[in-house]
Design a protein around this ligand. Structure first.
Ligand SMILES: Nc1ncnc2c1ncn2[C@@H]1O[C@H](COP(=O)(O)OP(=O)(O)OP(=O)(O)O)[C@@H](O)[C@H]1O
Ligand SMILES: [Mg+2]
Length: 392
């Protein structure tokens, strides 16, 4: 069966390195998402898999077929790779009807008219576009064009599906509906899919596994939950929306739990760590605003227990409707705390008040201050092969 294996993929444009030694594996039936900022090499990776770019190094297998290897002189053309692709721009033929656009991959495969008609109408029905078959694609909304592009990618029943930010031009509601449709189509086709996005929510809700890329380098591979709760480094935490990335010092603990202090702030917090740390080590304390609570400081001095919380000063409070956001200064660093609205409860905290900041101990993570550096200067241990990071 299918599946995609990428080993040591390298690609340069005009001497500029875009990918350097990229390793990825997509299992048969798996939906793997490439998540990363603009320009990190997501489209380039997909185009190499599709055969639309020639890599400068490495190998790509689809199933057990070697489809690209500059060293071995192998470059299978795109139409022989058994791939369906939805492009970042839909790339529909503007002079053709919906039917003809979707029929195109079957026509070039020289299927007979009756088969083409049956398969096209079937796939248009699957994306809810059967009523539009005879329409010109230029007379469709963005969301409808998107669905036609999806139908065209699916019609020849490819073993591998490649999606390049297919929902980026849709409004929020349609995006959620189409996301479910893509997942359903993937599950039904039993294909191996690579899905590209820079939207963390899309990656989290849609994928079996997520690969976080920065500047062509894999930063983390894991399940959506791993990536969301246990980012591997500062870059991943930042990209996955951790509002608080604070500089902290390890004061104790071993194994996967550490006690941390912040310079100039009373108290401390417990955090999980991907690896054991030494006392005195500087780390990044990453925590989501929703996992921090603020309360008035109890009268009897500062908490001595590192798990007790941090002592800070309230800077400001913002009422955001269903939640309250507070900015607190802790030893010269600022953090954001978010709590659900407490209706009818008078807010006892005022700017300038001393506050006790409590961090949910299972939600705080101590991270290395890495990621987002040029590939040349990156230490080797921050470039793990995709497969070795699974389940960490
Ligand atoms: N044909 C090309 N010629 C020269 N440079 C290119 C070419 N295609 C891509 N690049 C460069 O390669 C880098 C990676 O581009 P790529 O399109 O893969 O990024 P991306 O991750 O898909 O970004 P986005 O989220 O904006 O679509 C960018 O710096 C881009 O400018
Ligand atoms: Mg792109």
């Amino acid at each position: 069966m299918a599946g995609v294996r990428i080993r040591g993929l390298a690609k340069r444009f005009e001497g500029k390195v875009v990918l350097e030694g990229l390793d990825l594996e997509v299992g048969d039936g798996e939906l793997l998402t490439l998540l990363g900022p603009s320009g990190c090499g997501k489209t380039t990776t997909l185009r190499c898999v599709a055969g639309l770019e020639r890599p400068d190094g490495g190998e790509i297998h689809i199933g057990d077929r070697l489809v690209a290897s500059p060293a071995a002189g192998v470059h299978e053309p795109p139409n022989r790779r058994g791939i369906g692709m939805v492009f970042q721009s839909y790339a529909l033929w503007p002079h053709m009807t919906v039917f003809s656009n979707v029929a195109y991959p079957l026509r070039i495969r020289r299927r007979d008219r009756a088969t083409i008609r049956r398969q096209v109408l079937e796939v248009l029905a699957a994306v809810g576009m059967e009523a539009y078959a005879e329409r010109s694609v230029t007379a469709l909304s963005g969301g409808q064009q998107q669905r036609v592009a999806l139908a065209r990618a699916l019609v020849a029943q490819p073993q591998v599906l490649l999606f390049d930010e297919p929902l980026s031009n849709l409004d929020a509601k349609l995006r959620i509906a189409m996301r479910r449709q893509i997942r359903a189509v993937h599950d039904q086709a039993g294909a191996a899919s690579v899905y590209v996005t820079h939207d963390q929510e899309e990656a989290i809700t849609l994928s079996d596994r997520v690969v976080v890329l920065d500047r062509g380098v894999v930063q983390q591979v894991g399940t959506p939950r791993d990536i969301y709760r246990r980012p591997a480094n500062r870059f991943v935490a930042d990209f996955l929306g951790f509002e608080n990335l604070l500089t902290a010092t390890v004061v104790g603990g071993g194994g996967d739990r550490v006690g941390l202090r912040l310079a100039g702030a009373g108290g401390g917090v417990m955090a999980s760590s991907t690896h054991p740390r030494l006392a005195g080590e500087t780390v990044v304390l990453a925590v989501r605003a929703g996992d921090i609570a603020c309360e008035p400081v109890p009268t009897a001095g500062s908490p001595g227990d590192p798990a007790g919380g941090l002592l800070g000063t309230l800077v400001s409070t913002e009422d955001a409707g269903d939640r309250v956001e507070r900015t607190v200064e802790v030893g010269g660093q600022r953090l954001l705390a978010r709590s659900p609205e407490t209706e009818g409860d008078p807010d006892v905290l005022r700017p300038g008040d001393a506050v006790l900041v409590r961090v949910a101990p299972t939600r705080a993570v101590a991270l290395d201050d890495t990621g987002a550096r040029p590939a040349e200067t990156r230490p080797h241990h921050h470039r793990p092969a995709a497969s070795t990071r699974e389940g960490t």
